[in-house]
Design a protein around this ligand. Sequence first.
Ligand code: XMP
Length: 488
Amino acid sequence: MPHTVTAAEVAAKKPSGIVLSGGPSSVYEEGAPQLDEGIFELGVPVLGICYGFQVMATALGGEVAHTGAREYGSTAVRISESGVLLDGQPEEQTAWMSHGDSVSRAPEGFEVLASTDSTPVAAFANDERKLYGVQWHPEVKHSAYGQAVLENFLHRAAGIPADWNSGNVIADQVAAIQAQVGSGRVICALSGGVDSAVAAALVHKAVGDQLVCVFVDHGLLRKDERRQVEEDYVKATGVRLVTIDAEKQFLDALAGVSDPETKRKIIGREFIRTFEQAQADLITEAASEGDPIRFLVQGTLYPDVVESGGGTGTANIKSHHNVGGLPEDLQFELVEPLRTLFKDEVRAIGRELGLPEAIVGRQPFPGPGLGIRIVGEVTHERLELLRDADAIVRAELSEAGLDGEIWQCPVVLLADVRSVGVQGDGRTYGHPIVLRPVSSEDAMTADWTRLPYELLAKISNRITNEVDGVNRVVLDVTSKPPGTIEWE
Ligand code: XMP
């Protein structure tokens, strides 16, 4: 619910527990999200996280200060009191922080549970009132005991049982899709990635042949990707597939554009336009059936929704093309069966649905494709160059047996940057290629993967020798935050 909800509205929902999420604001900023303080009087357990923790501190009479000491990334936390929330946890642990302000004094009646070098109050609790807060982000993988914090809050403080499983989600989604779609016809944007593959398989399970999958070759795909979709996926699922060649349309629309958000919006817009054309063609073709296609399946995941500013008070970090880039005049009603799920949950559902491991385990690839991995204008020649470099990286990572260890490895072409090199006997003036191997659980946070030096050396040698126009390979050693996974 948005932070503007009233205590009465919350009470009407009869919640078992309330989590106040993190957010990008400072509590002192003008217009910073506040909440109805009556929420703390409902007798419902509350857990405040990061910004939610700070709002809670100020609302209940504690203090938040601009200490000037910012904490971003993995931070050492010392637990002084466990209470219910931190029960069973080691006294020293690492947790993921992302904040500028800090709680300097806990509200009266609250016990301080933890601190860090620069934050005296990193967690607090009032066990009697069942009000809890942590400065770190327990919901991300890099908080070593984050899951345990959430479990203690949900099971022990709020009394909620753990009954999520992929079978329940499939049954719920199939029923929801059937209710939304009825006997209507559905078109699915198949990208070749795990999200759209699982979304399409779910919809196929729900409405069978009412679904037709359309695969747009927008020219921004990786090497060999089209064949993989046309052969492997179709063989595995038996869905009807139509492939559309749209490279020229996309590249014409992208000509002269370097701004990342503009690129994303253009690609999103052309994507939908292409589908509308496909719809028109399919309807003409099926004129005798006279049944228009009204629904569009999108493999939107929860991180896409959050990062596109889907809630009140969330920051728009990037417009993900399956959310923020949709044109206003969209002619389809969206079906988004994965909208509340994270990647690991989507994979679990794909496996449960019997999709081949090659598809379910595939690295995530952004909807805007290689278009957002070329820093600068997107052209056919640059795409060809990037495709070659990317294919080398993927082949080498697979051969080294590292596919399971990395989340994804974007390969980025810095088309607007050139540097001097020497190759053979001559001077070169070529472009750098950036390797961005990351480890992550859900793409919300990530760390750069420590690939073996020998492997990096091999990749670098192969790219500079085999890809014309590239004379330098560099490694991105930034976590998320502060960097995002993709460069644009
Ligand atoms: P960022 O760069 O935001 O990426 O840290 C998080 C994850 O999302 C993928 N990504 C996208 N996926 N449409 C998508 O379907 C998009 O517009 C998009 N942009 C980024 C990215 O590859 C990473 O897995």
